[in-house]
Design a protein around this ligand. Structure first.
Ligand code: IMP
Length: 344
C-alpha cells in the first residue's frame, strides 16, 4: 500500500509574499548550526574526492559556509589537507570539517582529525540509519563530547531522531537524490529530496537538518530552507571549479573540463579501494568553470532575492511565512526559461 505522496523540488514553488524589506542587505541568510558552528552562508561542500580537499574547505569557510574534507585517502593525507585549509585561511572564526567512515580505520582517523583541530567531524556513509553508524557515533561522541558531529545519510524522520539520539548534532538527509547517484535505480530505495526535508524537519530533537544532494540552483536552496533544512550540501553545484581536487583536462577542441564522480561509482571505488561492490554512482566530465568565488556570490544573491520574495528577513521568518504550491508539468515548463526564438 502506498500512503505517501512524495514531492521534489520541481514539483513545487513558493508563493510570493508581501514584503516590507527595502534592501536585500537587511536579510540575514545565516544559520545557527549547533555547537557554535554558525554559518553566514548555509552551504556545505560534499565530502567527495572531486569536490572537497583543503583548498575548497578554505574557500567555503572564507565565504561563510563549510567544506567537509573527503576521507578517500590515507589518514596522513587527509590531516595534511586539514592543516592546509587552516594555513590558507588563518581566521579564528573559520569552520573546517572532515569526514570519516564507520569501518576500518575510522576511529584512528577521527582521533587524528580531532587532534588536527577540525570544527566539524562528519560520519559519512550512504545508508546512515544503520547499526554501524550507531556504534561509530556512540564511540566518537564519547571521544569528543563537545565537538560538532555531522552524520548521515538518512531519508526518514525516524532516521534523524535515531542519529540525534546516538549523538549527532546535524544530519544529512536524502538518499538517492544526488546528481551522480544511481542508488534509486540500483536498489529501488530512496525518497524524493524535498519530501525528505519536509519529513525530517518534523524532528523534535535539537539537531540541524542538511538537505544533501539534488540542489541545482539557488531556487532549490531557498525551497530546501523553507521546507525546514538548516543548510544544504552540494556536490555538482561546485563541481568543475578550480578549488576542487583533480586536474583540468583539455580535449582536441580546446574544451576544458574536470571529473566529477559519485563516491560509489566504479571509478571512485577502484581508486580508493582497489576493487568495487555494487556501484551506485556515476562518473562524469563537467565543464571547467574557473574559481568557485563568483559561483558562491551568485548563490548568495539568489538566496537574498528568494528570502525577499517570501518577505523574510531571516531563516525562521522564511520557514514561518513559506507557502508552497504544487505546480503541474505545464507550470514547470512555464517556470523554466522558455523563449522559443533563442539561438542555441
Ligand atoms: P549533488 O549535489 O546533487 O551532486 O549530490 C551530492 C551528494 O550525492 C553528496 O553530498 C552525497 O550525499 C551523494 N553522493 C555522493 N556520491 C554518491 C554516489 O556515488 N552515489 C549516491 N550518492 C552519492
Amino acid at each position: 500500500m502506498i500512503d505517501n505522496e512524495a514531492l521534489t523540488y520541481d514539483d513545487v514553488l513558493l508563493q510570493p509574499q508581501y514584503s516590507n524589506i527595502r534592501s536585500r542587505r537587511e536579510i540575514n541568510i545565516g544559520t545557527a548550526f549547533k555547537k557554535d558552528v554558525n554559518l553566514s552562508l548555509p552551504i556545505i561542500s560534499s565530502p567527495m574526492d572531486t569536490i572537497t580537499g583543503g583548498t575548497m574547505a578554505a574557500t567555503m569557510a572564507k565565504a561563510g559556509g563549510v567544506g567537509i574534507i573527503h576521507r578517500y585517502n590515507t589518514i596522513e593525507s587527509q590531516v595534511l589537507e586539514v592543516i592546509r585549509a587552516y594555513e590558507l585561511c588563518p581566521d579564528d572564526n573559520i569552520i573546517i570539517g572532515a569526514a570519516v567512515g564507520v569501518t576500518g580505520d575510522y576511529f584512528e582517523r577521527a582521533k587524528a582529525l580531532i587532534s588536527a583541530g577540525v570544527d566539524v567531524l562528519c560520519i559519512d556513509v550512504a545508508h546512515g540509519h544503520h547499526i554501524l553508524m550507531k556504534e561509530a557515533l556512540i564511540d566518537i561522541r564519547a571521544l569528543a563530547p563537545a565537538l560538532h558531529i555531522m552524520a548521515g545519510n538518512v531519508a526518514t524522520l525516524q532516521g534523524v531522531n535515531d542519529l540525534a539520539d546516538w549523538g549527532a548534532d546535524s544530519v544529512r538527509c536524502n538518499i538517492g537524490g544526488g546528481s551522480i547517484c544511481s542508488t534509486r535505480i540500483q536498489t529501488g530505495h530512496g525518497i524524493p529530496g524535498l519530501q525528505t526535508i519536509f519529513e525530517c524537519a518534523k524532528t523534535d530533537r535539537d539537531v540541524a537538518i542538511i538537505a544533501d544532494g539534488g540542489i541545482r540552483n539557488s531556487g532549490d536552496v531557498v525551497k530546501a530552507l523553507a521546507a525546514g533544512a538548516d543548510a544544504v550540501m552540494c556536490g555538482s553545484l561546485l563541481s568543475g571549479t578550480s578549488e576542487t581536487p583533480g586536474n583540468v583536462f583539455e580535449d582536441q577542441d580546446g574544451f576544458k573540463y574536470k571529473t566529477y564522480r559519485g563516491m560509489a561509482s566504479k571509478e571512485a571505488q577502484m581508486k580508493w579501494r582497489g576493487t568495487y561492490s555494487s556501484f551506485e554512482g556515476v562518473a562524469s566530465q563537467v565543464p571547467f568553470r574557473g574559481g568557485v568565488g563568483p559561483l558562491l556570490e551568485d548563490l548568495e544573491r539568489g538566496l537574498r532575492s528568494g528570502f525577499s520574495y517570501s518577505g523574510a528577513r531571516n531563516m525562521s521568518e522564511l520557514r514561518s511565512k513559506a507557502v508552497f504550491v504544487r505546480q503541474t508539468p505545464a507550470g514547470f515548463g512555464e517556470s523554466k526559461t522558455h523563449i522559443n526564438t533563442r539561438k542555441w
